[in-house]
Write a protein that binds this ligand. Structure first.
Ligand SMILES: Nc1ncnc2c1ncn2[C@@H]1O[C@H](COP(=O)(O)OP(=O)(O)OP(=O)(O)O)[C@@H](O)[C@H]1O
Ligand SMILES: Nc1nc2c(c(=O)[nH]1)N=C(CO)CN2
Length: 184
């Protein structure tokens, strides 16, 4: 079966942040019809929207999938639940947030699912990591590439590369080796 290419945004700002990213990615890999094919660096980012909360770690993943966009959304929502995400405040703190950013060159406008993610072109915490793995991908409906948008939005944003990497080969590796600052 032919595979679609999708991009996912990951964010976390509560508890053991690196561990949440790794766990979410492992849970995604475990699903049928989902393969993680590229991972960005991990960035530490100042909160956007609701400001009175801890800094986030953000990253992006490329996924090759035989699942439909709606299936993939439900997989993301399931994994969020598995990591005990509790929704309290809009744009507030969370153990893990998984967003479907892009799905091939599709434009989807359904009640439950909007793709491209409607706020992605405003958010350097999405654009900077995504530009590492998909610089030349055009964001459907905008006529511009991810790299173009990342450049457009870089002014004044607090997006700092962290020294830790997610490794496709060893997602299970050495979470405990990550120092407290990045894993709190
Ligand atoms: N592209 C998308 N990716 C993820 N969820 C989406 C998407 N489009 C619509 N949704 C809907 O949004 C809901 C998730 O909202 P959520 O609480 O994660 O928003 P948020 O992360 O607080 O804010 P934001 O959407 O600005 O990142 C899901 O239940 C889902 O149905
Ligand atoms: N830096 C940063 N800020 C946010 C984030 C996020 O992932 N990173 N997610 C939000 C809700 O979607 C709201 N604000």
């Amino acid at each position: 079966m032919t595979e679609a290419i999708a991009y996912i945004g990951l964010g976390t700002n509560l508890g053991r942040r690196m561990a949440h990213l790794e766990k979410a990615l492992r849970r995604l890999e475990d699903r049928n019809g989902v393969r993680i094919t590229q991972l960005s660096s991990v960035y530490e980012t100042a909160p956007v929207g609701y400001l009175n909360q801890p800094d986030f770690l953000n990253a992006c993943a490329e996924i090759k999938t035989t699942r439909s966009p709606m299936d993939l959304l439900h997989i993301l929502l399931d994994v969020e639940q598995e990591l005990h995400r509790v929704r309290r405040i809009r744009w507030g703190p969370r153990t893990i947030d998984l967003d479907l950013l892009l799905y091939d060159d599709r434009i989807i406008q359904e009640e439950q699912l909007v793709v491209p993610h409607p706020r992605m072109t405003d958010r350097s915490f999405v654009l900077v990591p995504l530009a590492e793995i998909a610089p030349d991908v055009v964001i459907p409906g905008t006529g511009q590439t991810v790299a173009w948008w990342a450049e457009e939005r870089k002014q004044g944003s607090e997006v700092v590369k962290s020294p830790y990497t997610l490794n496709l080969q060893s997602l299970t590796a050495a979470i405990k080796e990550v120092p407290e600052k990045w894993n709190r």
